[in-house]
Design a protein around this ligand. Structure first.
Ligand code: FAD
Length: 473
């Protein structure tokens, strides 16, 4: 079997790459070691987490948000197994959708673990099925899209804290708990920790987040993160910032998490019946035979040039396994770009316009430079802000937490970054992406008619605010 392209891994990077390559006439196959397609994102990441975030939000809305709107319901009861069924059905629909799309586009699939063998004229990928059966697939080009895995957390002796997915959890275990923990301790105040913490907090868990840094959501605009922390505290989250976990001791159904202040100050312990390790993810390249194939790796990441080519001719890599944000849509854009490059086109990714969203309530969405990054680059900036408390639609929906912040270059007015804390921020950020992709200015945005009453008017008002002429504040 010989192909123009074999893609190893069918996460959002791999399957999108394969479909685009097939659209462009390349004879394409995918190799996937999981029984289902879709990778981390569809199976144990973006999709199941959003299914649970939505369902748990509905639960807390029914409990707390409906009465002030005049909708009186008896106290809602939780049916966790039905909620999990909703999550599982959402995942199943999405992964089978990918299977359908691959087939529809004429992409062949090989289920098993892929490993690069030394090339013999063409590249050769050995596929080992779960039953040990092996086959060899040959191709002119190979795209490695093997994604990432949970980063281990090391205790004070340097030993990795064991994840058993019952008491000490990764995100995967935290998406499938059979009951609501009484006390959930989360190590890491990044996106995954705060999203999954929100799910279980809404369902009744007492949630404590331990974070090494002195702030939550590293990488996001500091002002947004600080405001968001206060909102989460009102929702019942507890935070221990500038604190490191030194060990986790397991007992009968309970763990004792020991921690110490980063500056060498106080130490303490927390008892928990769930400990979620959410300290990040690392590129996954196990068993791929990359070193033998001459593919250079730097600190675990596959090294690529700006055409996604690795150091081995004909071998490319995309998604979480290479540099850059570990996000599904970034992987997808790279998948399309590399397929187009392999088909002789000019595929390219605009890395300045990759949005990041935190799907909590309120949501956070961000694109471009944060205020700190813009100032560190020495840019003189004008900043416009607009709070949702001054937005009619937000008031009508009682969703007034948060604000929009737009950072524009003071000399050119070009928008450098947009940061939104508020309901539907993940949808609102799209217009900022379009604007920035076309190098738009705050004035461009301010002069575009936005429907009334919508949350998006706050984006327009923040753009007006860059020139200090917002109307409604
Ligand atoms: P992956 O999706 O990790 O896919 C890699 C695939 O390669 C897997 O199917 C794996 O089985 C396969 N594979 C690995 N090695 C081999 C091999 N040797 N042979 C064959 N197959 C192999 N991102 C967002 O943008 N939005 C979100 O809301 C979001 N939420 C998330 C929530 C959670 C809980 C987690 C864990 C992640 C979340 N992410 C989110 C991140 C997102 O899932 C990843 O950025 C994305 O999946 C990366 O895509 P990928 O194609 O690079 O790799």
């Amino acid at each position: 079997m010989s192909y123009d392209l074999v893609v190893i891994g069918t996460g959002p990077g791999g399957y999108v790459c394969a479909i685009r390559a097939a659209q462009l006439g390349l004879k394409t196959a995918v190799v996937e070691k999981n029984p289902t397609f879709g990778g981390t994102c569809l199976n144990v990441g973006c999709i199941p987490s959003k299914a649970l975030l939505h369902a748990s939000h509905m639960f807390s809305e029914a409990a707390y948000a409906l009465a002030p709107l005049g909708v009186v319901v008896d106290s809602p009861r939780l049916d966790l197994s039905a909620m999990m069924k909703h999550k599982d059905a959402t995942v199943a629909a999405n992964v089978s959708g990918v299977a359908f799309l691959l087939k529809k586009n004429g992409v062949d699939s090989f289920i098993g673990s892929g490993r690069l063998l030394p090339p013999e004229g063409e590249h050769r990928v050995e596929v080992t099925a779960a039953d040990g059966g092996k086959q060899i697939v040959s191709a002119r080009n190979v795209v490695v899209a093997t994604g990432s895995a949970v980063a281990p957390l090391r205790d004070s002796t340097g030993a990795a804290i064991e994840i058993d997915e019952k008491l000490v959890l990764s995100s995967t275990g935290a998406l499938s708990l059979p009951r609501v923990p009484e006390n959930l301790t989360i190590v890491g105040a990044g996106v995954i920790g705060l999203e999954l913490g929100s799910v279980w907090r809404r369902l009744g868990a007492k949630v404590t987040v331990i974070e090494f840094l002195d702030r939550i959501l590293p990488g996001f605009d500091l002002e947004i993160a600080q405001r968001f922390q206060k909102i989460l505290e009102k929702q019942g989250f507890g935070f221990r910032l500038s604190t490191k976990v030194t060990r986790v001791d397991r007992g009968e159904g309970k763990a004792t998490v020991s921690f110490a202040a980063v500056d060498g100050g106080g130490e303490g312990t927390i008892e928990a019946d769930g400990v979620l390790i959410a300290t990040g993810r690392i590129p996954y390249t196990e068993g791929l035979g990359l070193a033998e194939a001459g593919v250079a790796i730097d600190r675990g990441r596959v090294v690529v040039d700006d055409r996604f080519a690795t150091s081995a001719p004909g071998v490319y890599a995309i998604g979480d396994v290479i540099r850059g944000a570990m996000l599904a849509h970034k992987a997808e854009e790279e998948g399309v770009a590399v397929a187009e490059i392999l088909a002789g086109q000019h595929g390219h990714v605009d890395y300045g316009v990759i949005p990041g969203v935190v799907y909590t309530m309120p949501e956070i969405a961000s694109v471009g430079l944060t205020e700190e990054e813009a100032r560190a680059k020495g840019a003189a900036v004008n900043i416009g802000k607009f709070p949702f408390t001054a937005n009619g639609r937000a008031r009508a929906m009682r969703e007034t937490d948060g604000f929009v912040k737009i950072i524009a270059d003071a000399a050119t007015d070009r928008v450098l970054g947009v940061h939104i804390l508020g309901a539907s921020a993940g949808e609102l950020i799209a217009e900022a992406c379009v604007l920035m992709a076309f190098s738009g200015s705050a004035e461009d945005l301010a002069r575009i008619c936005h429907a009334h009453p919508t949350m998006s008017e706050a984006v327009k008002e923040a753009a007006l605010g860059v020139d200090k002429r917002a109307i409604h504040i």
